[in-house]
Design a binder for this molecule. Structure first.
Ligand code: C2E
Ligand code: MG
Ligand code: MG
Ligand code: MG
Length: 294
């Protein structure tokens, strides 16, 4: 069966559960037309500043509403988009859409003027020689300050890309956009590599947050990451925070920014303005760490 229960109980198509190459081929040809059929959309998850318990950023997360299979999550189709090269036009669409939507909230929602926009980027996009120009054009079209833009790239993907063109990094840096290392702790980035990259942000992978309280290694890895970040003056964001116990432990360790179902699961764009205005303090723990339905 090609369907599995989604986090919210809905049915979500997952090609991995089929293990069928045919299913992948199918998705591959469907993905080629997904953009023109307007089947792709973004959800947004707030990034919370723990001192103030306010949202300071929004991460755009891509979804695919497939005509036949229903909702398909990025873990199922991003790899297909990367293999086929479709990630380049799709990624450009994501950048333009996300920057325009976030800028709209910055300029219309009271108190949201300083929100940053976090956009996930694949290596294939980052190494394209015109990538800095694509980012520049998207920021200009949206009217957003490039300094409010963070490009997230996963650590393991970065490590597979040793010939990352320094010139592209320099041009992005000159534009003023920030680089975030996503799923940090799962790869082997060294202090010197992070310095060379001039990253702005490290996002602690959810697996280290998940084990807080049960596996003492979780806390020590987070302490190591915080030490690196302090040396290089980087912002640290803990991903996947689901419980008050995890939050308390993260605060104790000195983490100052976080993201997770405890505040909000990724939400459709239409819900963002109300969410931003209604405050962000988590009142109740989501049952079984599952997203709250509102
Ligand atoms: P990511 O960038 O590390 O995003 C975090 C993932 O964790 C998201 O899954 C998010 O919905 C989920 N998450 C957030 N808070 C919690 C929590 O408290 N508990 C749990 N269990 N999960 C949480 P999602 O949306 O399925 O995205 C998966 C990955 O797909 C992303 O990981 C990112 O690497 C990739 N992705 C998403 N959108 C894009 C895109 O536009 N372009 C590219 N290249 N990759 C994307
Ligand atoms: Mg991310
Ligand atoms: Mg991540
Ligand atoms: Mg991830």
């Amino acid at each position: 069966e090609a369907k599995a229960a989604g986090g919210d109980g809905s049915m979500v198509y997952d090609s991995r559960t089929t293990g069928q190459a045919a299913g992948r081929l199918d998705l591959q040809s469907d993905l080629r037309v997904a953009l023109e059929r307007d089947e792709l959309f973004l959800e947004y998850q707030p990034i919370i500043e723990l001192d103030t318990e306010r949202a300071v950023g929004l991460e755009a997360l891509l979804r695919w509403q497939h005509g036949e299979h229903g909702l398909i999550m990025p873990d199922t189709f991003i790899s297909i988009a990367e293999e086929t090269g479709l990630i380049v036009p799709i990624g450009t669409w994501v950048l333009n859409k996300a920057l325009a939507q976030v800028q709209r909230w910055r300029s219309t929602v009271p108190g949201a003027g300083n929100l940053s926009a976090a956009v996930n980027i694949s290596a294939r996009q980052l190494v394209a020689p015109d990538f800095p120009e694509i980012v520049h054009a998207a920021a200009r079209a949206a009217g957003i300050d490039p300094a409010a833009v963070n490009l997230e790239i996963t650590e393991t993907v970065l490590m597979e890309q040793p010939e990352l063109p320094l010139e592209i990094l320099h041009r992005l840096h000159d534009l003023g956009v920030g680089l975030s290392i996503d799923d940090f702790g799962t790869g082997y980035s060294s202090l010197s590599y992070l310095k060379w990259m001039s990253a702005r942000t490290l996002k602690i992978d959810r697996t280290f947050v998940e084990v807080l309280g049960s596996d003492p290694n979780g806390a020590s890895i987070i302490e190591l990451i915080l030490g690196m970040a302090r040396t290089l003056d980087l912002v640290v964001i803990a991903e996947g925070v689901e419980t008050h116990d995890q939050l308390a432990e993260l605060r104790r360790l000195g983490v100052r920014h976080a993201q997770g179902y405890l505040w909000s699961k990724p939400m459709p764009a239409g819900r963002v303005p109300d969410w931003l205005q209604s405050g962000t303090v988590p009142t109740e723990e989501p049952a079984n760490g599952k997203p709250q339905t509102t």
